[in-house]
Write a protein that binds this ligand. Sequence first.
Ligand code: PLP
Length: 463
Amino acid sequence: MDGTFNENDLSRIVEADRAHIWHHLIQHKPFETNDPRIIVEGKGMRVWDQKGKEHLDAVSGGVWTVNVGYGRESICKAVYDQLMKLCYFAQSAGSIPGAIFAEKLIEKMPGMSRVYYTNSGSEANEKAFKMVRQIAHKRYGGKKTKILYRDRDYHGSTLAAMSAGGQDERNAQYGPFAPDFVRVPHCMEYRKHELDGAPEENFGEWAADQIEAVILREGPDTVGALCLEPVTAGGGVIEAPEGYWQRVQEICKKYDILLHIDEVVCGVGRTGTWFGYQQYGIKPDFVTMAKGVASGYAAIACMVTTEEVFNMFKDNADDPLNYFRDISTFGGCTAGPAAAIENMRIIEDENLLANCAAMGDRMMGNLQALMEKHKVIGDVRGKGLFLGAELVADRATKEPVDEKLAQAVVADCMAQGVIIGVTNRSVPGKNNTLCFSPALIATADDIDQITDAVDGALGRVFG
Ligand code: PLP
């Protein structure tokens, strides 16, 4: 190809993509015969691809991100104005949008106090992991370095974040991982039969007690933190059962273990409250967030912690090691907080938390109705506009359907102009959970269009 480029010549763009782009999380062999998909434009809930085909986006940019929808002029303007004023300065200095957004964010998070800016969810989690390690050295003589994470949870793509990764498909072939990350069992009611000794009643308390058993096995004086997703996303859209969170909090208190809640997906409205953890009455020590913070209009992630944790790094200024020796270059880019301030204003002014809860209820009702109709749906679950439908070959054994069939449902919906997702990532080749995360602006008609498409697709794929 020659070097001349016209961005409106979309067949030329497709060829450049095919020749040079390494897409994320996808096999490339099919691109030898099929075109890669290029998303050209978005407005509200809808996007258009290179062929001009319109799609209703039921996954907010593919991965739970564009919470306020596409084409928000006011966010673009806020970013433009800020970049013209000051695009960047290292976050060892402050910035106007950085300070404003931090104050607004903390107002939504009673008990929390300090915001550390970074660029991605993985990095935000790593910041918390590093703090836990540093606290272990400063306070506990190098003990309490262990970080517990849960089977089926995911905390990012970098190697330390993957060391806390509970999804075997993602982790396979990338080891060895960092030491002192220890897995605890999942708390998934629908698949509790996979856990030895799981009871019929009070499964939530029992699942939390399995965490305590791991702490006792490892030695409480070696465990610094427990890192959990409030609602597990990529591991299959899993809400913890009744009784779980209260026990988790008690266990953390009992053994002096910091509680790190990974809100990279749930944060900033996705479940119908500002943060997922706020639905369960818990008080975390670290909260990390990324995707919905600026709805994808700029790259921003935050690691938020308490004044108590902050103070451990503040005192004793004579000690040259006594500060958080970490930087994220683009944590100083002002576009992120400028977009985040406007994103938050939109959520408040348009009452999008309430809309998320109401539309989430409607979608859950629709999915439950589909479950009555299609026996391939074994379970529907989730919170707010963060929902999943697990497909099983047999409701009695709960054997997952072959992933190719789940992918066929996704492809059928795509042909109908509705983009949905499929996930699980725990068992290689068994991604069997359809996932839905429309923008928080979704209307009843949008929700019905999504579930009607799924209805048609299930009928065609499974008969
Ligand atoms: N934590 C959770 C729960 C996630 O779902 C993800 C990404 O999907 C991450 C962390 C990593 O975020 P990022 O891809 O921005 O590094």
